[in-house]
Design a protein around this ligand. Structure first.
Ligand SMILES: Nc1ncnc2c1ncn2[C@@H]1O[C@H](COP(=O)(O)OP(=O)(O)OP(=O)(O)O)[C@@H](O)[C@H]1O
Length: 584
């Protein structure tokens, strides 16, 4: 099910979508529940017979049999409860895992602007925390709410059958008790809502800090972060204490209520017994049934709470689904294979439309040519690369790749045809193979090893303790900056794109690694169109054309050889002064 949970789904649609495929298990769940209810109702009748027969001096054999039957049914009831738990957990996890998958897929399709506006912790809380509250909704709340209602009705009917006065009294108690329980519960809700908000804030903070541990430590900011951490913990504590106290209050008043119920049942039973209208077995039965009511009444209250929590979770999931990607698949033709021609016409873009970051950019890059992009930091070079990948949509102008306007491309097709190496290589805590293929199992090991040797990583590969199965540390731990760059090249090479964008790392590398990288870049660019956002002279030498951006506008654009030979050009001056010094 790749599924399409709409942004305005109803509870019923949610249940049909996620429980529908498991209808067999749900039927089992209902059967197990009904079985459990019947056993709970029958068992006290056996004990009542036992008590009354014993009081009347019955034979030992039928008494033994009744006792054995009672114990057998009790054990069966427990066994049913265990199976019930197994089935309901299965139903819940299957349903919620599917929902998690759908939400992750949805989030991955959303625009970069959406992700930039949220911390990863916040999204984790949405995708996992809220979905967890739905687990009980799927597995228990509805089925058990129904089951508990049925159990209460069954108990009351049997009490009526036993003694109608008792039936009326306990029915009134059950009704009043439920109303009181639901009211008491409402007191605790606002406190629990606050704790969940704080949870989200805390996890958002923690996720961000953990991701930035290296920078935080390097800059000696750990102390400040800890202060902020204490502040959050300090505000978390009283909210949690209040929520727990409110829950405790609810629990205490519930106990009191059931105490009153028991006293009522005992009082009536003793009165009827003293008038010889009830046998001792009958007294036991009434007492037992009244006691039996407390569990479903209490559970109904909890289940209503779970339903409400699920309601809040569903609402937040609905909000998440309402965020729709604005960058959508086009219906245009597939991009041609091989090196791609690039054309940009009068491009204007700003993250905030009122503040353009790029303005009036036009250029043409024939297939197989390499464009070197230069500009000071913040001039808009990376933004240009993001627009080529359609991570953002320009406000004005048009980009054509292989003759196809970007708006008409399918996103997956476009991103298969463009390879990007960023300054900051993202490596995962996974095997070397998965890191290089992005978990694509269709790529054969032989090919990976061949590309590694083409890129110049063959010695590095040979030293891996478990070859391609070696697990990399999170965030490329244990790798040098140069090795991480070369791994990123390998990734791009494996996907065999027609256009390569390289946002060159500005950090300096040792001469040996630099030489390796230079050679790898040559391999990567042969028979491909390339855009290199360059910070080093060595890299810029292989560009056919040069584009210099200043404050989002083209300052200079033309063939490298011509610009390098023109003393009036900015590129010429840059070469004289030294690229690194000017652009650093
Ligand atoms: N996600 C974003 N949201 C809002 N503004 C952004 C975003 N990313 C970049 N900017 C702004 O856009 C401008 C251009 O940034 P960009 O990253 O394209 O510059 P750059 O030339 O690539 O810089 P560098 O050489 O440092 O990578 C900068 O003023 C930057 O602050």
């Amino acid at each position: 099910m790749s599924t399409a949970l709409k942004d305005s789904f109803t509870y019923r649609e949610l249940l049909t979508l996620y429980l529908g495929p498991q209808w067999r298990r749900v039927c089992w769940l209902i059967l197990l529940l009904l079985g459990g209810i019947i056993l709970q109702l029958i068992n006290p009748q056996i004990l009542r017979q036992f008590i009354d027969s014993a009081m009347q001096g019955a034979d030992i054999t039928p008494l033994m049999l009744a006792g054995a039957l009672f114990m057998g049914l009790s054990l069966l009831n427990q066994a049913l409860a265990v199976i019930n738990t197994y089935v309901s957990e299965n139903v819940a996890w299957t349903a919620t895992n599917q929902l998690r998958t759908d939400l992750v897929r949805h989030c991955l399709q959303l625009d970069m602007a959406f992700h930039k506006a949220r911390t990863s912790g916040e999204l984790i809380e949405r995708i996992d925390g809220d979905v967890n509250t739905l687990a009980t909704f799927f597995s228990q709340a509805i089925v058990r709410l129904f089951g508990n209602g049925l159990l209460i009705i069954g108990v009351l009917l049997l009490l009526f059958k036993e003694q109608w006065q008792v039936g009326i009294a306990i029915s009134l108690f059950a009704l009043g008790g439920l109303l009181i329980l639901v009211r008491i519960r409402r007191v605790a809700i606002p406190y629990w809502m606050k704790t969940r908000e704080k949870d989200a804030e805390f996890f958002g903070f923690l996720g961000e800090q953990l991701a930035g541990t290296e920078d935080l430590r390097a800059n000696g900011a750990t102390g400040y972060v800890m202060t902020r951490f204490y502040q959050i913990l300090r505000s978390w504590l009283p909210i949690n204490i209040r929520a727990s106290l409110a829950s405790y209050g609810t629990w205490g008043s519930t106990l009191l209520l059931f105490g009153i119920g028991n006293a009522l049942a005992l009082g009536i039973s003793i009165y009827l017994w003293s008038r010889h209208e009830l046998s001792p077995g009958g007294v036991y039965l009434i007492f037992y049934y009244t006691n039996l009511l407390s569990a479903p009444m209490e559970q109904i209250r909890t289940q209503l709470q779970q339903l409400q929590e699920a309601g809040a979770g569903i609402e937040r999931i609905r909000q998440l689904l309402q965020a729709q990607p604005t960058i959508l698949d086009g219906s245009g033709p597939d991009l041609p294979a091989g090196a791609l021609e690039l054309e940009i016409n009068d491009l204007t873009f700003g993250y905030n439309p009122d503040e353009p970051v790029l303005q009036g950019i036009s250029l043409q890059l024939a297939e197989g040519r390499v464009l070197g992009v230069l500009g000071r930091t913040g001039s808009g070079k990376t933004t240009l690369a993001r627009l080529l990948l359609r991570l953002y949509e320009p406000q004005q102008g048009e980009i054509l790749l292989g003759g196809v306007p970007l708006r008409q491309t399918r996103l997956s097709d476009l991103r298969q045809h463009i390879g990007m190496v960023t300054q900051d290589v993202q490596l995962f805590h996974a095997t070397v193979r998965d890191n290089l293929t992005y978990f694509n199992r269709a790529i054969a090991d032989k090919r990976i090893i061949k590309v590694l040797s083409q890129i110049g990583l063959v010695n590095w590969y040979k030293n891996l303790p478990e070859g391609l199965d070696t697990i990399l540390g999170s965030d490329g731990e244990g790798l040098s900056a140069g090795e991480a760059q070369l791994l990123a090249f390998t990734r791009v090479f494996l996907s065999d794109p027609g256009l390569i964008i390289m946002d060159e790392a500005s950090s300096r590398l040792d001469p040996a690694t630099e030489q390796l990288i230079e050679r790898a870049v040559d391999t990567l660019l042969s028979n491909r169109t390339g855009i290199i956002i360059a910070h080093r002279l060595g890299t810029i030498q292989r560009a056919d054309d040069i584009l210099i951006i200043e404050n989002g506008r083209i300052l200079e654009y033309g063939p490298r050889a011509r610009l390098a030979a023109d003393p009036q050009s900015r590129f010429y001056q840059l070469l004289q002064t030294g690229l690194e010094e000017v652009l650093a």
